[in-house]
Design a protein around this ligand. Sequence first.
Ligand SMILES: [Zn+2]
Length: 330
Amino acid sequence: MLLSATRIRELDGIAVVASATCYLDRWLLGASTTWPGSTRPRELTPPQPPDHEFDDQEGRMPIYYHGGVPGKRRRQTILPATKVKMNAVYNPDHVEKAIYYPDRVYLTTHLGAAMGYAARYIDRRARRSPGDVYQVEPIGTPEVDPDFAAQDGAFVMCREAVIIEVVERNVQLTLREQTRLAGPTILWPRGKPVYTDDGTLQLSDQMRAAGVRDDYVALLPKWIDLTEINSLGEIVSPRNFTKTATARDLLDIFSHLTWDNPTHQIRGAGHAFECVCGQRYDTTNSAAIHQAGEHLVVLQRHNIAARSRDLIDLLAERRPQRWAWLTHTK
Ligand SMILES: [Zn+2]
């Protein structure tokens, strides 16, 4: 599945993650680690794009940012990987068609994207730790980053860059904070944005072909990262991209939905079931879904664990009295 996903680039003794066209399926299969970022909740103000992103007619230089190696100061130089003798290796198993030049420094006019790269910083020992964001000036004429050719010069590369200002130190962001900040720069192939302005995922052609529909997308968390969901619409395990989410994972990931709304309370009614709202059901399963929340039907289309009894059992564990009717039925 072609999409614009993340990849790792190593620059100036660090690695940053940049967008690349790759196959999501292989990406998910090949990835063995997550980028948890910080779990610390944080209020974020999406950065405003600079007011002159591209060369205007007066020939002004765009404002460029670089997110990556921490601890640099004004007037210091950001060097490409080859100049700091860092092996520019990113995992080729799960990334295809990513074009990377280790003798180039990568810059962007999009501050949010630079923040995301800083948050995904990896040091020489391949450890993830918070990076910094700098405003920089390219040395020499910047060239368009071929991975972002559709983005009109918002992503460029150059031989070296000089730090003009330190914009932010110690950038720690969760994956969803990263997608939110980088928002409009994250594109499906052929340039369609992955997210709407409010962070709702927009279906790729492959997702749509796999039967994923808008009513499901509407239930997803805003700014869900593309490493949290696969091309079939399945939520993947937060611990291992190659496995699907468990019932407990689903209740966690969809915690923004109203589960087990007390407006609905099933009772046995002879051989059937009746809710206090008046709905009647012939089967335990349909009665349980009604009490759990009808959105469960939509989640069940794409998530095995949503179809299992485990999810209902977890709800019953939380509020045993409300679910006591289940234990009296088969
Ligand atoms: Zn009801």
